[in-house]
Ligand binder design. Structure first.
Ligand code: GLU
Length: 486
């Protein structure tokens, strides 16, 4: 059996889109599931779209996502170079284009801009495209030689038939047949000597022994032309998996405006790379059971590309946040604290036991930036509504709270030990003496010391962090507030 070889073939044009990361991940998983090779190839032939620094983003994203390539520009596997602009210098694309010319499957085209501008256009998938009229196909060999010798600028075009049909197979979409009359004579070699993406991609996938190609379904409509190239060369077509679109919650194509369209965006928003990778794996693929949490290792084991769905995948931020929260819960404190610390420091500054606070919030946040909203009351008592003291279930109201806080104040003033345990004992003995339920006492105390309806910890844990002075100050403020109301 041939070894499975997949490739991630990004064009260095900016941040790594979630859709691209999904292609990379699926290529990686297909290869690793079958003990095959995963390769990185940089497709930089479109010099106009090249963005400085984009190649570095590709490397750092793959690394953070854990998608280690077996071969690539930095790891030779014997089929390099792995960057298309460098491959071009070896003359490989021109050599194969000439082979097609010899076979009558391609031709030189010397038409200038003005002539091309006068040609008919058609709207294909919302884009206006020019249909080349095969004008230069009729040039004699001598004319071509003459033009080349005179140094006229040229492109090389694919010579597609105008009759008959072309069929290709996609693993998700099945057999797709198109009329050849719909296939334009696309450019293979541009006037700057660079190959087009369309041509380089086919030549490279073949010469680099790629067996499976995963990419977005925006390439589906060009695939018949690729198939014609494979057939013209007599090469075996790779297995195609064209992935469905990823949409936002409003079923619109995930775009920069969505704010979370790239891996970098998600990292900036405080997501964990592992959670993002796990989530993206499920954007179109599902395992046999309903399981959702997978490490990369587990994905490699479970991933079967036949289970990819062709319906559009919705990028659901709520779901990703939930998943990230599950990863945070599962982390041990040794890994969690160093990551949470900068967020805690920013929210609280110095003077707090950040480790203790980190333990409190660990199971309550979904992403690190949630920390601020959970802990900011430690730093400063928020202004709060006195109605918060009224709680039906705890059977408290403003009058009962005033009574409890006023009775507790001298006890808490007397107490020296402000550890959670000691404080809890004090409150419990007060509860016993009063013959009431715990909540009847805990609720007003927690409200007074936090000013919040929801807190990451109970009353006495909060007081331990605040210390004696600050706790008493807050309880006195509570009493004052309640007194004003009575
Ligand atoms: N360079 C193309 C892109 O970045 C690759 C598409 C493919 O995987 O064939 O979209």
């Amino acid at each position: 059996m041939t070894k499975i070889r997949t490739r991630y073939a990004p064009s260095p044009t900016g941040k790594m889109h979630v859709g691209n990361l999904r292609s990379a991940l699926y290529e990686f998983l297909i290869a690793k599931h079958a003990d095959g090779d995963f390769m990185l190839r940089i497709e930089d032939t479109d010099q106009e779209r090249f963005v400085e620094g984009a190649t570095e983003i590709i490397y750092s994203t793959l690394e953070k996502a854990g998608l280690k390539h077996d071969e690539g520009p930095d790891k030779d596997g014997g089929v390099g170079p792995y960057v298309q602009s460098e491959r071009m210098k070896t003359g490989i694309y021109l050599k194969y284009a000439k082979e097609l010319i010899d076979k009558g499957e391609a031709y030189y085209c010397f038409c200038d801009k003005d002539r091309l501008a006068s040609l008919k256009t058609e709207i294909v998938e919302g884009k206006e495209i020019m249909i080349y009229d095969k004008h230069c196909l009729s040039l004699s060999k001598e004319d071509v030689e003459k033009n080349l010798a005179a140094g006229l600028p040229y492109v090389i075009r694919q010579n597609n038939p105008t009759e008959g049909t072309t069929t290709f197979h996609d693993e998700l979409y099945g057999d797709i047949t198109v009329n050849n009359s719909e296939l334009d004579d696309m450019i293979l070699i541009k006037s700057d000597g660079y190959p087009t993406y369309n041509f380089a991609n086919v030549v490279d996938d073949h010469t680099m022994n790629i067996t499976h190609v995963v990419r977005g379904n925006e390439y589906l409509s060009s695939s018949p032309k690729y198939t014609r190239l494979y057939e013209a060369f007599g090469w075996q077509v790779p297995v195609y998996v064209h992935l469905p679109l990823i949409t936002d919650e409003n079923h619109k194509k995930l775009s920069k405006r969505s704010g979370h369209s790239s891996f970098e965006d998600l990292m900036e928003q405080g997501f964990l790379a592992e959670a993002v990778v796990n989530y993206i794996a499920l954007l179109g693929w599902s395992p046999e059971d309903n399981r959702e949490i997978f490490s990369l290792e587990e994905l490699i084991k479970e991933f079967d590309y036949h289970r990819i769905s062709k319906s559009p995948a919705v990028f659901d931020m709520v779901k990703l946040r939930w998943m990230n929260g599950e990863y945070l819960k599962a982390m041990d404190m040794e890994s969690f604290f160093p990551m949470a610390e900068p967020f805690l420091k920013e929210a609280l500054g110095v003077g707090f036991d950040l480790k203790k606070i980190a333990a409190m919030v660990k199971t309550r946040i979904e992403v690190f930036p949630d920390i601020a909203g959970q802990v900011d009351f430690f730093k400063e008592l928020p202004s709060y509504d006195v109605e918060m003291y009224t709680h039906k279930k705890m059977k408290t109201d403003k009058a009962s709270s005033l009574e409890v806080l006023t009775e507790l104040l001298p006890l808490l003033e007397e107490q020296e030990d402000y550890s959670n345990d000691a404080l809890y004992q004090t409150l419990l003995s007060y509860v016993e003496k009063k013959g009431c339920k715990n909540g009847f006492v805990m609720w007003p105390v927690r409200t007074a010391v936090s000013g919040r309806q929801m807190t990451p910890a109970g009353a006495t844990e909060i007081m331990e962090i605040l210390g004696k002075e600050e706790s008493l100050k807050r309880i006195r403020i509570g009493i004052e507030k309640l007194q004003k109301e009575s």
